[in-house]
Structure formats: structure tokens, C-alpha cells
Ligand binder design. Structure first.
Ligand SMILES: [Zn+2]
Ligand SMILES: [Zn+2]
Length: 320
């Protein structure tokens, strides 16, 4: 089958990759669409140096073989983290934190291939009539929804999202649904324009040129600040923008280290919440009901992976 391998330093396209073999409890999925995530780009930069295997974790596919006969023939999406099923994390609903978990496209073969195997309990059928081109956003949207699972959002307060990329776009759409007074802070005027139907927008440079960050009034600060910029400067900015006793939610993962005045956290009694993968079912529901929507994916053939990875589209992916 066709597949895109990570060989420890770069991506490699193959047409003679062996078909995946299902272990007990796994299903075989024929991949229809697969999206490139920023994490895939980070892998090519060396984020997962020990990994050797097929890349990719965002997909829509059709189940062709499964211990659950009801799933066969269904169009599905799937979660990334396959836990051991036995440890305290797996037994207490924290499978994504299992120490011996396998993550598709990062520590086990992923979805940039014609077929992939996946633990059956991680598979979610796509609602009838929903386009694969929207269902493909389930995984990143679920990650945005994780915030509302972790933090009680008081819609009478205000919130800021730092960042104007894809992740920020999903998070902002989810927060906007609560009715909260929402501001998105970013570097790029043209990207910020796409947020204006559902959020106020502000250019990052206004904070660094016009106002002294230390002199912001309580009204200029935010009860909730979500850091989704993907850059090292995001967290220090969040510390200035958050109100006393407010909450910072950290969404971006990046390779660097931030230099921070940590005493602001106890003195201002700030809550800092780390946030990763989230619930699939509500994400599918929001997408199928059209309560959130995203620009169409720019689709490529797998062999044109270099063009796909270089794309500046909102999302680029592969059609099989
Ligand atoms: Zn992803
Ligand atoms: Zn486990």
C-alpha cells in the first residue's frame, strides 16, 4: 500500500508498504482523508526522534474489519492515544496519559497510508450525512473542547485567545459559543480578519508598542487567557493579560523554554491549566450541526507530500 514513513530524519513515500496487521481488539480502517497537523511538521523537525513509522493522526476512514460488526462499513474518525488498559491512568479515564501508550503517527503507525489499524474503542462513527471534509476537523476541535471540560467558563466574564493560527481558530469558535466577551490577539492582520465574525481582534504589536504591559487596568485584562500562539512569548504575555485570580490555559506545545517571573502566579493567585486532547463526541456534534465550521482542506495525493507540507492553506491534507 501507499504510505508516508518517517525514517528518523525525513519523510519517505513508499508504494510497497506492508498492510497493517490488526492485534486483538483492533479494527482495520481504510483511510479516505488525512490532514497534516503542526505536530507532523514538528516531527520532521525532530520532535519525535525515536519514532520510525507511518506519520499522521488526523483522519476520516471506513472500517473494513472489526471485532465490532456494527462498525464495519461505517465512516469513522478516531482518537490518537492507545493506552495499556490496565494502569491507574487507563482505569481512571486518563488513557491519553498512560505511560505505555502508543500514539498513532508518533509512536505507532499512523494514517498517512491507505490502511491503518486502531484500537476499536477509540473509533467514533461520523454522523450520517456529514461530509468527510468537515469530519476531518474532529480531532483538533476536540482538543479545543477540552478547555471547557477542564475550566468552568463564566460567560459573564471575558476571555482572550493568544494566537491567530488553526488551533486558535478552533478554540475561539468554541469559546464564542458560550457567549463570552472574546478577544483574539495575533500577529497577522489578514488572519485576524477571519476571527471577526465571532470575536474582537487585536494586533499583538499594539501591546508592545502602545501600552505598557505592566500598566494594564483590570478592565483591559482577562478572566481567562488561552495561550495558543505556538511561540515562547505567549506564556509571558498571558501572565500580563490575565486578571488576578484568573486562569491561563496553555494549549501550544513548542520545543523552547520560557523565562518567567514565577512569583506572579502565587502573588496574583493565578490558575495555570495545561490542556491537550479532548472529547470526540461533542466535537462531531458541533461539526454536524454546523455550529462551528472551517475552511475546506487543500487536498493532495500522498506522493505530493512535499507540496502538502509546504502549503500555507488553513489545513492541507491527503485524499486516498
Ligand atoms: Zn493534530
Ligand atoms: Zn495504561
Amino acid at each position: 500500500m501507499k504510505a508516508l514513513y518517517y525514517n528518523g530524519s525525513s519523510a519517505q513515500y513508499k508504494e510497497d508498504a506492508p498492510m497493517p496487521v490488526c492485534e486483538p481488539g483492533q479494527s482495520l480502517i481504510k483511510i479516505l482523508l488525512a490532514n497534516i497537523c503542526n505536530t507532523d511538521r514538528e516531527i520532521l523537525k525532530g520532535y519525535r526522534q525515536d519514532f520510525r513509522g507511518i506519520m499522521g493522526h488526523e483522519f476520516v476512514g471506513e472500517v473494513v474489519e472489526s471485532p465490532d460488526q456494527e462498525l464495519v462499513g461505517k465512516i469513522v474518525v478516531g482518537e490518537l492515544n492507545e493506552g495499556c488498559g490496565n494502569c491507574i491512568y487507563c482505569r481512571s479515564g486518563r488513557e491519553k496519559h498512560c505511560l505505555s501508550r502508543k500514539v498513532i503517527g508518533m509512536s505507532k503507525d499512523g494514517c498517512f497510508a491507505e490502511y491503518m489499524s486502531l484500537a476499536t474503542h477509540l473509533i467514533h462513527p461520523v454522523p450520517e450525512g456529514m461530509r468527510a471534509e468537515q469530519a476531518i476537523f474532529t480531532e483538533p476541535l476536540a482538543a479545543a473542547l477540552e478547555i471547557t471540560k477542564q475550566v468552568h467558563i463564566d460567560p459573564a466574564m471575558n476571555a482572550a485567545v493568544i494566537g491567530d493560527g488553526r488551533l486558535a481558530y478552533m478554540i475561539a469558535q468554541v469559546l464564542a459559543l458560550t457567549g463570552i466577551d472574546l478577544t483574539v490577539i495575533g500577529k497577522h492582520e489578514e488572519k485576524l480578519a477571519s476571527f471577526s465574525p465571532f470575536a474582537k481582534t487585536k494586533l499583538l504589536k499594539d501591546y508592545y508598542e502602545g501600552e505598557d504591559l505592566c500598566d494594564l487596568t483590570a478592565d483591559e485584562c482577562f478572566e481567562y487567557v488561552v495561550e495558543a500562539s505556538g511561540s515562547e512569548s505567549g506564556f509571558p504575555l498571558a501572565m500580563h493579560l490575565v486578571r488576578k485570580m484568573g486562569t491561563i490555559i496553555l494549549k501550544s506545545t513548542y520545543a523552547g523554554t520560557a523565562n518567567l517571573n514565577m512569583s506572579m502566579i502565587p502573588v496574583n493567585e493565578i490558575t495555570v491549566v495545561g490542556s491537550r486532547c479532548g472529547p470526540f463526541e461533542p466535537a462531531l456534534k458541533l461539526l454536524s450541526e454546523g455550529k462551528v465550521s472551517f475552511p475546506d482542506v487543500e487536498l493532495y495525493e500522498l506522493k505530493d507530500y512535499e507540496k502538502a507540507f509546504a502549503s500555507h492553506a488553513f489545513k492541507a491534507g491527503f485524499r486516498f
